[in-house]
Structures are given as C-alpha cells and as structure tokens.
Design a binder for this molecule. Sequence first.
Ligand code: GLU
Length: 465
Amino acid sequence: MSALRVRFAPSPTGYLHIGGARTALFNYLLARKEEGTFILRIEDTDVARSTQESTDAILQAMEWLGLSYDEGPYYQSQRFDLYREKVEQLLAEGKAYRCYCSPEELEARREAALKSGQKPKYDGTCRDCTDLPAGRPFVVRFRTPREGSTSFNDRVKGPITFQNDELDDVIIQRSDGTPTYNFVVVVDDADMGLTLILRGDDHINNTPRQILMYQALGYPVPEFAHVPMILGSDKARLSKRHGATSVMAYKEMGYLPEAMVNYLVRLGWSYGDEEIFSMEELIEKFSLDNVGRSAGVFNPEKLLWLNAHYIKNGDPRRLGELLREHLAAKGIDTAGGPDLSAVVRTLQERSHTMVEMAEGATFYFRKDIDFDQEAVEKFLTADKEPVFKTIIGHLEACDEWTHEGIAAAFSRVTEETGLKLGKFGPSVRVALVGGTTSPSIYEVVEVLGKDESLRRLKAVLEMLR
Ligand code: GLU
C-alpha cells in the first residue's frame, strides 16, 4: 500500500450527476493505480438540504459504476463534536473571532460597497472587538491574514497564487452553531489523513482559504488537483437542458456501467487517441499528467457509440439478465419464453442500448404479437396461403432445429415453389414478429423454437384463409 489517500466527498442534496461521478472515478483510479486508499465521505452538514434518499442514490450509483471504497462512508453529521472542538481551538488561539454584525448591517454595508464600486467583503468590524455583547447571536469568522499571499501547485492547473487581502474573513460557524463547508472540509481532510484533494475546479477559489485554515489548525497541507468542469455542446455548464445528468438515469435508459465509466474518464483525460478502455486498463494507464486543463464537452452521441460497442462485445448471459429487467419494466414476463442469451445474440449487433434491445426482443415473449397493420396489408395477402402451407410442412418435418437445419427447410421451400426467399421472406417475418424489422428470419425461427414458430405461422395461415 502506498501513502496516497484520496476521497470523494459528495453533498447528498440530489442524485449523483455526471460531473460528480467523474470526480469519484478519477479518485478511485488513482487510488487503485497507486495502491492507495479511497475514502467516501458524505458531506451532510447542510441538514435542510441533505436527504437519506440522495445518500442512497449516490451509494447505488457508485456501486453500479464499480467504484468501491476502502473507508467510509463517513458522515459529517456525525462529527459535529470534532468541528466544535476545532472552532473552540481557533477562538482560543485568536485565529478566529466572534462576529455580532446582524444580517441587516452586513447587507447594508454590502450594498454600500457595491455602490462605491468596491468588491463586497466583510469589513472587519468585529475583528478586533473586545467588548463582546453577551447574549447576542454571533457567527464565528476565520481571521484571514491581511498581508501576504497563499500559493499552491495544482497537480492539474500548475502554480496558483491568491493575495490574502482578496480573501474574506469566512464564516466557519453559523449563528445556529453549525459549522460551514470550508471549515469542516479542512478538519475532515486533515483528520482522515488525505494526501491529495482531487475535485472539480468550481472549488478552486476555496482552496487558498482552506490552506490558511490547515495552517491555522497546525495540519500539514495536502496536494490539490482541480479538474475542469464539464460543459454541454453549447459550451454552457452541463445542466438538465443538455439531457439527463443523473448517472442512474443512464442505467434506466439501458446504458452499461462500463460504457459510462469509459465515457466519463475521457471527459478530461486522454491516452493518445485510444477510446476504448476497460477498468483494468484504466487503473494501469490513468495519471494526472494526462488530465487536460480545459473543460470537457459532454457528447451524448459518443456515449451511445461506446454503449453500442460494449453491448456488441458483451457476454450474452450477463446481458440476458439485464434484458430480463428491462423487459420486466415493460411488463413483459420472460418465463417460459426463449433462452435469454440466445435472444441477446440475435440483437446485440444492432442495439445501442438495452432499452432498444428490449424493444427489439419484445416479439419473442408476447403470445399475441402486436401486428403492424401496414405490414400486414402489404405482406400477409391471400396469395401467400400456398407458400405458408409449404413452409409449415417443411418446418414440421425439420428435426434438426439448428441454423443449418432451418436453412435447409427453407431451401426446400424455394425448390418446391420456385419462389426466391425474397418473395416470401418478408411475409414470414411479419407472421413471426409482427413487423418488418427483426434479426434474420432463420435466427428468429431458431430462437423462437419449433413449437412457437409453427404456432405463429399456423395462426397467420388461418388468417389468410
Ligand atoms: N461536498 C462538496 C461538493 O459536493 C465537495 C467538497 C470537496 O470536494 O472539497 O461540492
């Protein structure tokens, strides 16, 4: 095991979205590659916005993606005693102070600052107060140094420096006694011994504030790596406007987790011009050196392309299980129907999602198939009666129900009737599947099985009469 300790620290205020999943994945890959430790921490200090439902959704999504963690989940809501102790420590050492300015006073000063063209920040009224009003509500602010600067060498973005006088005296404890994000994240990242903080670059402005708090609390400062945001095709920050942003929505839409992982990793990381990576390959090849500095653009077509690739090359048994779930979601019971792996084999070349595969597989399991009326009118015409009789006869006589056996039965039909397969094939297809698109007729006949194929053909023969 190496000393590397990284974490994913989601706030449970919604589902796991594409950006969060990528952050989790990058942390996971680094930890596995370097044989370090991957920690999951649920940042639920905002009691009003955090829900158990969101926590469960995040845990499920991580499991679906295969992102296992070595420690946690830790819950910040269970660590308030530690935070309170650390606030007291900073107060006692004069590194934080109580601020009694009321929200109204602060708002008035903010407006005045904006009017005079200044950047609004806390003016320091309570910074050096000694006559503390007893019994009045207060917040606790961090005493940010007014001079000097704070620098760090970001592992993705390179060296970054902030002037300390641009940083506010941030609130670390609210008037209701609850601690704030910037403070608890430092206490936890230090207490949990994290060595690298890899997160989205929307946190980059927080980093100098956090570094100053590490120093004030006497903790070693970890390394930082900020990965660029993910944008939609219009270059605006990725949002619902650009399609589903919840990782699990993609599961429902019939995406495979390996396609999602492969897609997510390429949003910001590259390895030459290779596109297809298994998790094992990623663990071997992933490195921060190849994480780009510019934002990744979410491209649903590419995700779909990767999904089709993984479906095409997937294990039919496993895909069969997924197909069963997707068919069940459509109210279709697969019990007693054709073998699911066999069904998958007839459709995996042509399906982009498991939902599409389930649509294509429906006819195998429906006893009364849904006929497309236009196809019926075009292909199931009375003149087809003799050829249907001949087909039924040869299929009944076929006792080797394999691709070859079935092909031979159909050649006998062409010989006997003098008709090419192209003349009656489409009619057979409509009779068996209800419409004009399906896997090849021989495959369909083979997978449906002898009894069911004959049952369907005979039913149509009745209809033709
Ligand atoms: N809980 C924070 C968020 O979901 C992440 C904190 C961090 O990575 O430092 O944005």
